[in-house]
Design a binder for this molecule. Structure first.
Ligand SMILES: C[S@@+](CC[C@H](N)C(=O)[O-])C[C@H]1O[C@@H](n2cnc3c(N)ncnc32)[C@H](O)[C@@H]1O
Length: 451
């Protein structure tokens, strides 16, 4: 019986091919799962890895510029009828391939060539689909920049991820020229989100006051919800400006700058506070937005809301007012590309009035950005769609949904909370003898719903 490894060399025997470990790792990774899929190999050489690929895929298309090498590879693969050999200069012709599931890039290892390979491979990814890109010689020592540096250019691209290291480890002597400076190869996944995925943007910045210790429950619950609803979770944990200069709640209006500078493609974005837990069965609220600016009414403490509107109205908005019935909570805002301009207006307003804003926040002690946001939405005629309370169920203690005192006439259970809403916002919880603060409730609700 013939073995697919018969006459297949290691990198130590032929430095142009992959190591035997790399080849075995390909078999481990793809197994039986890709038997109905197509792999495109860029750089056939003598067809040694092609031979392994041909056993893993329904079809392999392999490109080589050198006719002699291609002829050699054909002999090596004489029994593999699922291999299509193309004599093709991959850098000077277009990649007009269809239905490719995996691209194996192993051609010219100079950075500019690898970047072309990556770009071409990505262009083969279908909308709302993923493509795997396998790289050899990731850890190769080059006198020039190579595969590793090319991949590093995608470090901040959330669509592109290294998902597996394969082949010989860092330091291996498999290449006669020099020991590897990193693992031999990597498998990457590129995901196309079509017009951009919906994103949940969650600020979890550590201000050293231990408030963020329970944010991990928010992160985990939102991650679960995003996975279930085909959305992306973006956790924001780095301040843009010092907190003394601008409160975090204001810094979130840099949302589009963050997305753009990281080249994140998006459709709609939910900006949600980190003192929230989402129920695993929460419906997909992005589908309710009508692509408008969405929020949820701030229906909690109306004394606080009225005082805040009056205070900011007097100090910053020429005694203008807004009605509490149109006042949304800042902890759950859905926006899209159309609202980038409005966020610019918010940032400019802050820049031009920062001293007054800071002073007003200090004097009024009612809100940081939220009341000003509501004034600005009105002044700028932003079409706001108000979503049902269940998507930002807030001020929960005031709603008799939390058991925070022995004298509470309802039981110490959370059934009413779960039946009343989908997103639980643990704000406004008064200090209590039971020491059940937001952190306590976030941990408890997360554990009840997710463990
Ligand atoms: C590192 S070897 C490929 C090794 C092979 N994948 C294996 O694992 O055994 C790179 C190959 O790319 C080929 N190549 C270089 N430039 C090319 C180009 N412009 N178009 C197509 N093939 C090219 C080289 O001739 C060489 O055979």
């Amino acid at each position: 019986m013939t073995n697919i490894f018969d006459n297949v060399p290691d990198k130590r025997q032929d430095k142009n091919t992959t190591s035997l470990k790399f080849k075995r790792d390909l078999i481990d990774f793809f197994g039986e799962d890709y038997k109905d899929k197509t792999c495109l190999e860029i750089g056939t050489h003598r067809g040694y890895t092609t031979k392994i690929l041909s056993s893993l895929f329904e079809k392999v298309i392999t490109c080589e510029v050198n006719k002699d090498l291609q002829d050699f590879a054909k002999v090596v693969n004489k029994d593999n009828t699922n291999v299509e050999f193309l004599l093709k200069d991959v850098y000077n012709t277009s990649w007009d391939f269809n239905d490719i599931d995996v691209v194996f890039i192993d051609c010219d290892h100079e950075i500019s060539s690898v970047l072309k390979d990556i770009k071409n491979a990505i262009s083969l990814c279908k909308p709302n689909d993923s493509i795997l890109i396998v790289f050899d010689d990731y850890g190769l020592v080059n006198p020039w920049e190579g595969v590793k540096e090319a991949i590093a250019k995608y470090d901040n691209d959330h669509r592109f991820q290294i998902i597996r290291e394969i082949g010989e480890p860092k330091g291996s002597d498999c290449n006669p020229r020099a020991n590897l400076r990193d693992v031999e190869g990597v498998i990457c996944k590129y995901t196309d989100y079509g017009d951009g995925s919906n994103i949940v943007f969650l600020p979890t910045i550590d201000l050293g006051n231990n408030r963020n210790s329970s944010y991990k429950y928010a992160v985990d619950s939102w991650k679960n919800w995003c996975d279930k609803n085909n959305c992306e979770l973006l956790v924001w944990d780095e301040l843009i400006l010092p907190i003394e200069e601008m409160k975090i709640t204001w810094q979130r209006y840099y949302l589009f700058d963050i997305l753009n500078s990281n080249e994140i493609n998006y459709n709609q974005i939910l900006m949600v506070d980190a003192d929230t837990i989402v129920h695993p069965d929460c419906p997909n609220f992005f589908e309710l937005s009508d692509m408008k600016y969405c929020g949820v009414m701030n229906n909690g403490d109306y004394e606080w809301v009225n005082r805040s509107i009056k205070g900011f109205g007097e100090l910053l908005f020429d005694n203008k007012t807004i009605h509490p019935s149109t006042y949304i909570n800042g902890g759950f805002q859905i926006v899209n590309k159309k609202h980038e301009k409005f966020f610019d207006i918010m940032k400019t307003y802050y820049e031009e009035n920062s001293d007054n804003i800071k002073e007003s926040i200090k004097v009024l002690e009612t809100a940081t950005d939220q009341t000003i946001l509501n004034f600005m939405l009105k002044i700028n005629n932003i079409d706001v769609k108000v979503l049902p309370d269940c998507f930002n169920l807030q001020d929960l203690a005031r709603k008799n949904l939390l058991y925070i005192h022995e004298s509470c006439f309802w039981g110490d259970v959370l059934d009413n909370l779960y039946s009343s809403g989908w997103v639980y916002h643990f704000n406004g919880i008064p200090g209590n003898d039971m020491e059940r603060d937001a952190s306590y409730w976030m941990k408890r609700v997360y554990e009840e719903l997710y463990t």
